[in-house]
Design a protein around this ligand. Structure first.
Ligand code: SF4
Length: 53
């Protein structure tokens, strides 16, 4: 059973690292990045640690 990291809230249930029973990530830390050259809003940022289930 993976451990919820209560410092990283996440609702991406299709990610392999999502803590299935609660809305937290199970990793110790994550990498956040962007797919834009000049990000202006939250939709421009991405969790680069995402891995498909
Ligand atoms: S790796 Fe990123 S997308 Fe996946 S559960 Fe953790 S925070 Fe969410």
């Amino acid at each position: 059973m993976e451990k919820a990291n209560r410092s990283i809230h996440c609702t991406v249930t299709s990610c392999n690292y999502h803590c299935s029973c609660e809305d937290y990530c199970s990793l110790d830390s994550i990498q956040v990045g962007t797919h834009e050259c000049s990000p202006t809003e939250e939709q421009c940022t991405d969790c680069m640690s995402f891995k498909k289930k």
